[in-house]
Design a protein around this ligand. Structure first.
Ligand SMILES: [Fe+2]
Ligand SMILES: [Fe+2]
Length: 375
């Protein structure tokens, strides 16, 4: 008999079904939250697969082959498994999470899982659609890693009854088309910023173990080395095509750096409690991440934004204030809300334009492309 219609079921069974239905709703809710596209949520991408197929990595062959050997040795093969201590630690720490911190942490997990899965889908699509053996092999390795990462976070979401239905997300989320060169700039940055974010958290909690409010943070050190390596792959791809790093493309690079930094700054400041629980202020955390990312990007980007420029800092804060006003206007709704949102859009545009016109620091590209994750 279908247990839902079993009239003889006990209260305990009713509770069980109720909990199951709550969990299903929570999963749908988490999947819907992950599928939602706003300026601040991670997106899914698609690209020109023919152009991807034509990439020639022979100018960086020696470094490329070394990198492929690293992927092949797969030193994180056994890493993304939860040990017995994980469950124990989670049981002890869960009751200590305030509802507000729990909410921010859940958002962090959903957005991180979506972003890991976004990489997994893109790399896997490229793998399937190209014949070029170098690119096919690289994409297979990176999709392997990202699928482990997304799966590992999703397990933690399930602890909160919030597991994302990744199959449904793949089907339902909108895909943004990016030309390969934009994929290289954006994905390189997001891999390196991902490394910088994870290592900054890991080092902070290494110094302050009492602030480690969830066991997943113990996994971040070896995890971020995967992200670092993914970034190295895109650095080699771009250095193999030097025209991507010259002339008008320098303007695109500047645009992507600023867009990625600004998005991260605004999004992170919507989770102040999360950073406070780790002993950070959001601003301090973000500038630590910007600094590491900017240092790394010197391997490939001939321009660097000046994160210490007072106007840069002012514009970041202004974008944050505009985003908060925009949220209020959205909540208000109606004609007034719509007008206010339009005003926010115009002001955000001019603030970003101001950021864009700031002088950049010019960098000579180093002879040796590869870097080590030493932070
Ligand atoms: Fe990842
Ligand atoms: Fe990655």
């Amino acid at each position: 008999m279908n247990p839902v219609f079993d009239t003889t079921r006990t209260d305990t069974q009713t509770d069980h079904v109720g909990r199951l239905m709550d969990a299903m709703e929570a999963t749908q809710d988490a999947t819907a939250r992950a599928a939602k596209d706003t300026m601040l949520t991670p997106r899914f991408y698609t690209t020109d697969f023919k152009a991807m197929d034509a990439i020639d990595v022979s100018p960086v062959r020696a470094e490329w082959d070394k990198l492929m050997a690293e992927y092949e040795s797969d030193n994180n093969q056994d890493h993304f498994k939860r040990d017995a201590a994980f469950a124990e630690e989670f049981k002890v720490l869960l009751p200590q999470l305030s509802p507000e911190l729990r909410q921010e942490f859940e958002d962090f997990l959903i957005s991180s899982c979506t972003s890991e899965f976004s990489g997994c889908i893109l790399y896997n699509e490229i793998r399937k659609k190209v014949n070029n053996p170098d690119i096919k092999q690289l994409m297979a390795y990176m999709a392997r890693d990202e699928s482990r990462h997304a799966g590992f976070i999703n397990q933690s979401l399930k602890d909160f009854d919030l597991g994302i239905n990744l199959g449904a997300l793949r089907k339902n989320k909108a895909y943004t088309f990016f030309k390969p060169k934009y994929i290289f700039y954006a994905t390189y940055l997001s891999e390196k910023i991902g490394y910088a974010r994870y290592i900054t958290i890991f080092r902070q909690l290494e110094r302050h173990p009492d602030k480690r409010f969830h066991p997943i943070f113990r996994w971040f050190e070896r995890w971020c080395n995967d992200e670092f390596r993914h970034g190295e792959s895109f650095a080699l791809i771009m250095r193999a095509q030097p025209h991507l790093l010259k002339g008008v493309n320098k303007l695109w690079i500047r645009f992507f750096i600023l867009a990625v930094y600004a998005t991260m700054y605004v999004r992170d400041h919507t989770r102040p409690m999360l950073h406070e629980a780790m002993g950070f202020k959001s601003t301090e955390y973000d500038y630590a991440v910007f600094r590491i990312t900017s240092d790394i990007c010197r391997q490939v980007f001939p321009v660097e934004v000046d994160i210490d420029h007072p106007v840069f800092r002012r514009c970041m804060d202004r974008l944050l204030a505009i985003s908060l006003e925009n949220d209020k206007a959205r909540a208000r709704g109606g004609v007034v809300g719509a007008l206010q949102r339009a005003g926010c859009g115009v002001r955000a545009f001019f603030t970003f334009a101001r950021l864009y016109t700031l002088p950049v620091i010019k960098r000579e590209l180093p002879k040796e492309i590869r870097m080590a994750p030493v932070w």
